[in-house]
Design a protein around this ligand. Structure first.
Ligand SMILES: Cc1ncc(COP(=O)(O)O)c(C=O)c1O
Length: 385
């Protein structure tokens, strides 16, 4: 089997499985907020995990708050900032290529609380138009509540110039939230050096347990709780902590830190794979080709052959990919991200997303190339639309 949907969900890492096997045989299960020694031991364990993650991601431990994942993190951060925004600050600048959780959260605050959402222009390669961004900052300088532009895109893998966006946002005195869900655990990221004010992480995207995650917050005094409870997570996020999930987060982040040198090999193999496809199937189109991308991503289209047909054919060879994103696999239309990049329907409907990880070997790309080329040659005889 070749699993090539790491952006949908990464399978549990071997190091995480090993940790869980040992952990399930232990007798350390209790409420981490209890005063008895078992609870205290778990509490200390959580703090150790926080410190490990902080160290690996260039953050201070009191800038990390555990939760259930990125959707909660996005809702918490955007909600907190907008609820606390002064009455004259009603404009949010975002991009049209954000994940739906960001776009739908912003729509909610637009419809219920009268915020105005302004969308920055996107280049055909999927990058934020920095000149357009600067002119929007300038145009709305007295009414800015928040900037929210993702770090790496979940369909194309395109990495936005988030450090530059952070600098510009701060020049205009506005906080910057960058959705780091796909960057953490897949590319180099250092919270302090990034300059961003808020970030998010989902455990299942990095090989940890699903239902675990955390937010990164430069200044926690700016946050209000989204889920109310007692003193858990310093009052920032109520609810008994998912301590097994938290442990797997620390193991997964450490695993990435210790293995991220493998990204060089992954990127080289991806480039070779893309070059081979373009040579053998000259009609193929690689989305975001000219932009910096995460090492293991290729969003590729074969005009005239539907992406869903390619997906099904690849599955018959035990290769698992998605079309644009796992959550829109059932929609046979061009995704909103691709529309924002100006991609035609003919290409948009044909794409498949291949996302591999630092655990993959170059031979995986060789196998993928072989099967993708034969799939294309077979399906091209039919012309599915
Ligand atoms: C960029 C991005 N942000 C947010 C999310 C939401 O993550 P989750 O579904 O784990 O809450 C995803 C998931 O696909 C994502 O790719």
């Amino acid at each position: 089997m070749l699993y090539a949907d790491y952006y949908g969900s990464a399978p549990l890492l071997d190091s995480v499985k090993e940790h869980l096997r040992k952990r399930l045989d232990s007798s350390l299960f209790a409420n981490p907020n209890a005063l008895h020694s078992l609870g205290q031991k778990l509490h200390q364990g959580i703090e150790k995990c926080r410190s490990m993650i902080a160290q690996d991601l260039g953050a201070h431990p009191d800038q990390i708050y555990f939760n259930s994942g990125a959707s909660e993190g996005v809702s918490h951060i955007i909600g907190s900032v907008l609820i606390n925004a002064p009455k004259d600050k009603r404009v949010v600048i975002t991009s049209p290529v954000e994940h739906v959780v960001v776009l739908n959260t912003l729509k909610f605050y637009e419809q219920k609380f009268g915020f105005r959402i302004v969308y920055v222009g996107i280049s055909p390669d999927g990058l934020v138009d920095i000149h357009d961004f600067e002119s929007l900052l300038n145009k709305h300088k007295d009414e800015l509540a928040l900037i929210t532009i993702m770090a790496a895109n979940n369909e194309t893998g395109v990495i936005q110039p988030y450090k530059e966006i952070a600098k510009l946002s701060h020049q205009y005195g506005v906080d910057y939230f960058s959705d780091t869900t796909q960057l953490i655990g897949k590319g180099d990221f250092h919270f302090e050096e990034s300059g961003i004010d808020y970030g998010v992480c989902s455990g299942h995207k990095i090989g940890a347990l699903s239902g675990s995650g955390f937010i990164l917050v430069k200044d926690v005094t700016k946050l209000t709780p989204y889920i109310f409870g007692s003193t858990q997570e310093n009052g920032v996020r109520g609810g008994t902590q998912n301590y097994l999930g938290i442990e797997t987060l620390a193991v997964a982040v450490r695993d990435f830190t210790q293995n991220k040198n493998k990204l060089v090999q992954l990127e080289a193999a991806r480039k070779e794979f893309e070059a081979r496809l373009k040579k053998e199937v000259p009609q193929s189109v690689i989305i975001g080709e000219g932009a910096p991308r995460l090492a293991g991503t290729t969003l590729i289209g074969f005009p005239g052959v539907h992406g869903q047909a390619v997906l099904i054919e690849l599955e018959s060879h035990n290769i698992f990919v998605t079309t644009s994103a796992a959550c829109s696999d059932n929609e046979p239309e061009t995704s909103a991200v691709l529309k924002a990049m100006g991609v035609s329907d003919q290409i948009g409907r044909s794409v498949i997303r291949i996302s591999l990880s630092y655990q993959n070997e170059p031979k995986d790309y060789a196998y993928l190339a072989e099967k993708l080329i034969s799939t294309y040659n077979k399906l091209n005889r039919i012309h599915s639309y």
